[in-house]
Design a protein around this ligand. Structure first.
Ligand SMILES: [Zn+2]
Length: 293
C-alpha cells in the first residue's frame, strides 16, 4: 500500500475535505483512544492495539502543538499501514524518527511519516495554494498556519508540489541531516561534507547569530556536490531560519537561474580540479566529481 494513497482513502472514508485536518479528532471518530502521557525523553508517541482496540499515546513533554498533531498523524499511519487486522500490536516511536526523512530511518517509520504528511497536507487541498505562492518561508508559514502544521512538514510538502527548482535542507549540529528536492531541482546536495559552508546563513544560525529573513545569493558550490568546474561562478539563493527547538536549521535553496539545467554528459570530470581545497567553505576536501551510477 502506498502511504499517500492510504492517507487519502482515510480522508475520504471519514468525509474530510478541508484544512486544517485534526488527526486527534479523526482518530477519536474511528473509536481510537488518544491519550497524552509522560513517555520519557526518547519516545514521542506509540500505538497499542489490544484485542483489536487501538490506542494512540502522545508524549506530554512535546512542546509544540503542531508536533503533537504530527505525531498523532504518524501513529494513525502505523494503524492504517502496519496493523493490518492484527489483534495485538505495539509500536513505539522515538522522537528522532518522527517528521524526518533522514537516511537510515527504518522503513516503517518512513512510511508513517509519508502518511502523516499527506494526511495533514493532502495534495488535493494544498497543491493550488503552493502553485499560487512565491517560494519562501513567508508562503510556507502562511500554509502552515492554514493547515495547522509544522514548518518542516509544510516546507517538505511545498517542495514536493512547487514547479520551482528548489530544495529543503534540514541541518543538525552544523551538518546536513536530510534534504528534499523539488521535481525540477537537478543538483545533488552535498550530504557528506562535515560542516556547512562557513559564513553562510545556516552556519550563522548554528552560531546563534542573526540570520536575514530573506533569500541571499550564495555560491552554488557551497551546497552542491560535484560539477565543480561547471558551477564555479554559479550561484543559488539560500534562505535559512534561526535554530529551532529541535536544534535544527531549516534552509530553502532555490536554483532561480537554472544552474542545474545542464546536460550532465557534456560536463567532463576534470581530475585535479576536483581535489583542491577551497578555504572559503572551511571543508576538508570533499569527494567532488565522484561518479554516480
Ligand atoms: Zn512510528
Amino acid at each position: 500500500v502506498i502511504p499517500e494513497v492510504r492517507a487519502n482513502e482515510l480522508l475520504a472514508e471519514v468525509g474530510i475535505s478541508s484544512l486544517p485536518i485534526d488527526p486527534i479528532a479523526l482518530a477519536k471518530g474511528l473509536d481510537v483512544e488518544v491519550k497524552e502521557l509522560y513517555l520519557g525523553d526518547a519516545c514521542e508517541g506509540f500505538l497499542i492495539v489490544e484485542n483489536h482496540r487501538a490506542m494512540i499515546g502522545i508524549s506530554s513533554t512535546i512542546k509544540s502543538e503542531k508536533r503533537k498533531t504530527y505525531t498523532a498523524a504518524h501513529e494513525l499511519g502505523h494503524l492504517c499501514l502496519d496493523v493490518l487486522g492484527a489483534p495485538n500490536k505495539k509500536i513505539e516511536c522515538r522522537s528522532a524518527s518522527i517528521e524526518t526523512y533522514a537516511r537510515g530511518l527504518p522503513e516503517i517509520e518512513l512510511r508513517a511519516n509519508r502518511f502523516a504528511s499527506e494526511l495533514l497536507l493532502p495534495k488535493i487541498l494544498v497543491a493550488d495554494l503552493v502553485l499560487n505562492s512565491d517560494l519562501g518561508w513567508t508562503a510556507i508559514d502562511e500554509i502552515s498556519n492554514l493547515a495547522d502544521t509544522s514548518r518542516t512538514a509544510t516546507a517538505r510538502r511545498f517542495i514536493q508540489l512547487t514547479d520551482e527548482a528548489c530544495a529543503l535542507v534540514v541541518s543538525q549540529k552544523g551538518q546536513v541531516r536530510w534534504f528534499a528536492a523539488s521535481p525540477s531541482f537537478a543538483l545533488p546536495i552535498d550530504m557528506d561534507s562535515r560542516l556547512l559552508h562557513a559564513g553562510g546563513a545556516a552556519d550563522l544560525a548554528f552560531k546563534g547569530k542573526t540570520v536575514p529573513n530573506e533569500f541571499l545569493e550564495v555560491p552554488a558550490v557551497a551546497w552542491i556536490r560535484g560539477h565543480r568546474s561547471k558551477l564555479k561562478d554559479a550561484s543559488l539563493q539560500e534562505w535559512s531560519l534561526p535554530l529551532n527547538q529541535y536544534g535544527q536549521v531549516l534552509t530553502i535553496l532555490w536554483d532561480d537561474q537554472g544552474v542545474g539545467d545542464f546536460d550532465e554528459d557534456s560536463v567532463a570530470d576534470v581530475e585535479g580540479d576536483e581535489e583542491e581545497f577551497d578555504p572559503r567553505f572551511g571543508w576538508e576536501t570533499p569527494t567532488f566529481g565522484k561518479k554516480r551510477r
